[in-house]
Design a protein around this ligand. Structure first.
Ligand SMILES: Cc1cc2nc3c(=O)[nH]c(=O)nc-3n(C[C@H](O)[C@H](O)[C@H](O)COP(=O)(O)O)c2cc1C
Length: 197
């Protein structure tokens, strides 16, 4: 399986790290693109360097390389996740403003009718944010705000993050051992549990 992972400058760099780790643990080929502001949030919010993040991906693409393989629909992928997805990138995808590789790859994913998951992060939301999400949902994207769940009785922030990441992976038919309503608790916890940031 091959999945494109776009990382933008919304808060929540940890979500990108955990999603990449989980995809790698599942043997998925990942194509990573980081925006300039994703680099900043990674530095501000974690102890990881950009090189650390890159080391989690199978292939790394520069955000300004519009000649990359994933800029073309003829290059086959199983979809794309933008995690976290800023309101700026959301708006650019909505408008088809493909002037960087994250937006272009998302545009390609939509036009090829592949799975596009947008882990949108902003609060509160104004009407234009909501309009952009609505338009993209109608165009086939999955709008996936990383909202907290409590029905699985999380004890740590790790539990909350793993639950969000597990539900993101569900959108691609990939399964990681997270608590699920109506199912026995996974043995040994989620695969990312206790992984240091
Ligand atoms: C620490 C930090 C946190 C931010 N959090 C958000 C956020 O949660 N959502 C958002 O839409 N923008 C957020 N921004 C602003 C974006 O980084 C900014 O709009 C940027 O232009 C996004 O560009 P990109 O989508 O190309 O990464 C944040 C910026 C910083 C420095």
């Amino acid at each position: 399986m091959r999945i494109v992972v776009g990382v933008t400058g919304a808060t929540g760099a940890v979500l990108a790290v955990r999603t990449l780790r989980a995809l790698t643990n599942l043997g998925v080929e990942t194509h990573l693109i980081c925006s300039r502001w994703a680099e900043t949030t990674l530095k501000l919010e974690t102890d990881l360097s950009l090189a650390d993040l890159y080391s989690l991906a199978s292939v790394v693409h520069r955000v300004d390389n519009l000649a990359a393989s994933i800029a073309s629909g003829s290059y086959r992928t199983d979809g794309m996740v933008v995690v976290p997805c800023s309101m700026k990138t959301l708006a650019a995808i909505r408008m088809g403003l493909s002037d960087n590789l994250i937006v272009r790859a998302a545009d390609v994913t939509l036009k090829e009718r592949r799975q596009l998951v947008l882990v949108v992060r902003e609060a509160p939301l104004h009407e234009l944010h909501l309009e952009n999400m609505h338009a993209l949902a109608r165009a086939g994207a999955v709008i996936f705000p990383p909202v907290l769940g409590f029905y699985h009785r999380p004890r740590t922030l790790d539990d909350v993050i793993d639950h969000v990441v597990g539900r993101i992976l569900d959108q691609f038919g990939l399964s990681m051992p997270v608590p699920r309503w109506g199912e026995p608790a996974p043995q040994g916890g989620a695969s990312n549990e206790s992984t240091p940031l």
